[in-house]
Each structure stands twice: as structure tokens, then as C-alpha cells.
Design a protein around this ligand. Sequence first.
Ligand code: HEC
Ligand code: HEC
Ligand code: HEC
Ligand code: HEC
Length: 400
Amino acid sequence: MRHETFRKTTLSLTVVAAAAVLAACENPANMEAEQLGWRGVGMEQVTNRKLEEALRAANQMPEITPPVTPGGPRAGDLYENVQVLGDLTITEFNRLMTAVTAWVSPDEGCNYCHVPGDFASEDIYTKVVSRRMFEMTKTINQDWHAHVGDTGVTCYTCHQGKPVPEHIWFEERGGPPQAGGLAASRAGQNLAGPQVGLSSLPNDPFTPFLLGEEEIRVIPTTVLPEGTNPRNIMDTEWTYALMMHMSDGLGVNCTFCHNSRSFFSWDGSPPQRVTAWHGIRMTRELNQVYLDPLQPEYPDSQLGPHGDAPKANCATCHQGVHKPLYGANMLQHYPELMAVTRSGQDEDMRAEARDNGAGATIGSAAEEALEAARHAIDAMDEAAEMAEEDYADEEDGDDI
Ligand code: HEC
Ligand code: HEC
Ligand code: HEC
Ligand code: HEC
């Protein structure tokens, strides 16, 4: 009898649990799957219509400031302290100041970046930071066409009406502090990390890959271990952590950029993977040349737990969408952003970063990567052929 009650209770608990689990499942009518590539390799983009609606609403181009008539005196001739916007006419200059206020500090106004009553003053860190932001935006739009195309970016792409963009990152050395003992060293992983799609992969793939230039590719390019592939399982976990961020940051599946038949092959990959390749190099340059070196300018309140400056990753611009603002070309309405002159110091910093192997000039490395991948595929085909021949010989009873 008691047995019976127990069974009944277990049964009803199971029913309740099952109902709870099912209720947590997404209504299939809300899901949409679109085939993006070859059949049979899972190249699909699955979209949740409800989430998509919210994302669309959040990622709209804001109202465009009315354009100004060209001509008139230049800002550089009239104002006291303009180092990068001197080529703009006064009307263009004022239009831009109005626009950046709406994009970056709509609630705080001009005084977010200016000492009240003294526009020329440098005694406020936000002004010094913004000047670098003007130069950085110019660099993105002028030198990174391979990634941002004609769409380009404005301050709004990252800021969306907030002084501090929604998605920034700081160094995390080994994860948050925790209890001692055996659990103390997690090597920066085994904790669900929001930065890496709530996986328990290494929590900070940004320091090595988007600030540093660690090698991302981990799949061996020779069939047999030859001692030429020093990459191990741990390296692979770091690569996967970055990939989780890239998928999450763009709101796409892995197959948006990869053919699941072979993750390493460039031949079979959708062209978006090459765009992403340039995106990785661009983001490195933004962090190395612009964002990280701003560290001494910030008050402590803006710095990370290890004292480093706030930095950018894919999500800073993309905000969960495959193209920022769904590919809306906002830049074309603000030619003022292309009229920024970069300082001599900016030139030097970019040149130094390039010498260290980062940034725009290593475009040919993509070609090299493609070439290496092609060789590897040939080698695999050859190995498969050889294996087939050996097998055939064996079938014939030959000694091998
Ligand atoms: C997000 C930061 C930011 C906001 C907001 C901002 N400015 Fe500026 N402003 C700057 C920067 C940076 C410079 C220096 C540009 C340069 O060095 O070429 C500047 C320079 C100026 C100057 C030139 C001062 C001089 O004599 O050298 C004026 C005038 C000015 N801003 C007016 C405004 C007004 C008016 C507003 C509000 C409608 C405004 N700014 C909002 C960042 C900002
Ligand atoms: C690629 C993305 C990106 C773009 C484009 C961009 N910013 Fe930023 N901006 C950042 C990041 C990241 C920070 C660091 C956040 C922080 O300060 O905590 C930042 C910080 C700032 C700050 C300091 C905010 C604070 O209170 O600490 C200002 C002001 C600013 N940006 C203005 C601008 C202006 C003006 C433009 C356009 C000319 C611009 N930004 C374009 C990413 C961007
Ligand atoms: C937005 C495009 C994009 C998305 C999404 C993406 N990847 Fe990648 N993946 C790349 C690029 C680009 C590289 C090469 C990076 C480089 O060489 O700098 C790469 C490299 C890799 C590698 C190493 C390949 C090799 O040759 O060793 C693996 C493994 C990988 N990705 C797995 C994944 C997984 C798993 C996902 C989903 C969680 C994913 N990727 C999502 C673009 C993407
Ligand atoms: C400075 C802002 C910015 C950053 C940072 C950025 N992107 Fe982009 N990305 C863009 C813009 C703008 C486009 C749209 C280009 C176009 O319309 O042709 C784009 C397009 C793409 C596309 C092509 C999407 C499509 O539908 O064809 C991929 C893939 C991509 N980005 C991946 C990345 C990855 C991966 C990262 C981080 C490593 C990254 N991006 C960082 C601005 C950015």
C-alpha cells in the first residue's frame, strides 16, 4: 500500500517535472531554420522569432541630424584647441558635436566631455578619450574596408546612446576569486562564463586572441603527428572559447562561418569566415593601438579589476547581430567622421603595432592561411588514396 502511494507520488512528480521541462522549451512555431549552405552538413541558421523581434527593435539606426550646407570658415581657424577636427567647417563641426552628444551622452549633454564654460579645456578625461575615439573611428572606416565594407561604423554602433558601451571586456586572470583548496585553481575555466556563451570554457579568450596575437588555429595540417603541431587539447579549448564568443556576439551558429564537414578548410567555408578573419585582426588593432593605451587617462572607476583599460570584442559593435544595426549604412550620412585628421602620434602608434605583427598590413596572411589549408586537404586526399591502395593490396593477399 505504501509502495502504491510512493509510486503515485513519483508518477505525479514526474508529470509535473515533465510539464515544467516542456514549458521551458521554446514553442516550435517561434523557431525558424534557414538553410545557408550544403545539404547534410547542418549549415543552418536557427532563429527565435521572439528574440529576433527584440533584437531588431534594439538595433535600429537613430534619427539622422539634418545635413548642413558646405563652406564657411574652418574649425581649426576659429577654435583654440582642435587637434583632429580642424578640417571641418564650423557648421560641420557643430553638427558633429550635436550628433556625438546624442550618440554617447544624451542624458549628460555637452558637459559629459567638456568642462562647463571652457570647451577648449582638457581637464576632463572623457574629452581626451573621445579624441582617440574620433581617430579610431576614422581608422575603422578608412583602413578596415575588408571588414566593415561601405557600411562602416559611427560612435553609435558601439555606444548606442550610452557613455560606456554595453559590451566591453577586461582581463580576467584565472577567473573570479573563490575558496581555497583543490578548487582554487580553475585555470580560468570550469565556470559558466557569460563571455563564452555560458560554456565552461576559458573565461577570457580576449587577452590572448583579441589583444595578443596567439595562434587561433589548432587543427593539425599533417595527417600523422610529426612533431610539427605543438597545439594541444588546452589550446583547443581556448580556440573554442573564442568561437563561442564570436557566435554569441553575432547571434549566429558555428556554420555561419564553417562547413561542419571540415572546420579548418577555407575552401568549404562560407565567405563570412574570411570577413571574420579580418574582424579578428581589426579588433586586435583597435585594442592594441587605441583602447588599451588609454589606460592612464581613465579614473580608477573605469578600469578593470587588474587595472587595465576597457576594451572591445566582436559584441562591442555587433551587439548580437550578424551585421551591426542589421547592415544599415549610417556612416554615409556623417561625412564629418571621414574628415577627421589623425595625429602624427596616431600614425606612429599604428606603425609600431604593424611592426609588431598586428593590424592592417598582414592581409597577405589570409592568403597564406588559405594556401596552407589547400595543401593540407591535398595531403589528406593523398593519404586516403594510399590507405585505399593498401587496403586493396591486402584484399589481394599481397604482403604489405
Ligand atoms: C563625446 C564627447 C563630446 C561631447 C558630448 C561634446 N564634445 Fe565638443 N569636443 C569633443 C572633443 C574630443 C573636442 C576636441 C576635438 C579636436 O581636438 O579636434 C571637442 C571640441 C569642442 C569645441 C572646440 C573648443 C575649442 O575652442 O577648442 C567646441 C566649441 C565644442 N566641442 C562644443 C561642443 C558642444 C556645444 C557640445 C554639445 C552640443 C559638445 N561639444 C559635445 C568632444 C565632445
Ligand atoms: C569600436 C567601438 C567604439 C566606437 C566606434 C566608439 N567607441 Fe567610444 N568607447 C568604446 C569603448 C570600448 C570604450 C571604453 C568604455 C569605458 O570608458 O568604460 C569607449 C569609451 C568612450 C568614452 C568614455 C566614456 C567613459 O565615461 O568612460 C567616450 C566619451 C567615448 N567613448 C566617445 C566616443 C565617440 C565620440 C565616438 C565616435 C567618434 C566613439 N566613442 C566611438 C568603444 C567605441
Ligand atoms: C563569425 C565567424 C565564425 C564563427 C561564428 C565561428 N567561427 Fe570558428 N573560425 C573562424 C575563423 C575566421 C577562424 C580562423 C581564425 C584565424 O586563423 O585567425 C576559425 C577557426 C576555428 C577553428 C580552428 C580551425 C583550425 O584550422 O585549426 C575551430 C576548431 C573552430 N573555428 C570552431 C568553431 C566552432 C565550434 C564554432 C561555434 C561555436 C565556430 N568556430 C564559430 C570563424 C568563425
Ligand atoms: C568596429 C566594429 C566591428 C567590430 C569590433 C567587429 N565587427 Fe564584424 N562587422 C562590422 C560591420 C560594420 C559589418 C558589416 C559589413 C558590411 O555591411 O559589409 C561587419 C560584418 C561582419 C561579418 C559579415 C556578416 C554577414 O552577414 O555577411 C562577420 C562574419 C563579422 N563581422 C564578424 C566579426 C567578428 C568575428 C568580430 C570579432 C573578432 C567582429 N566582426 C568585430 C563591424 C565590426
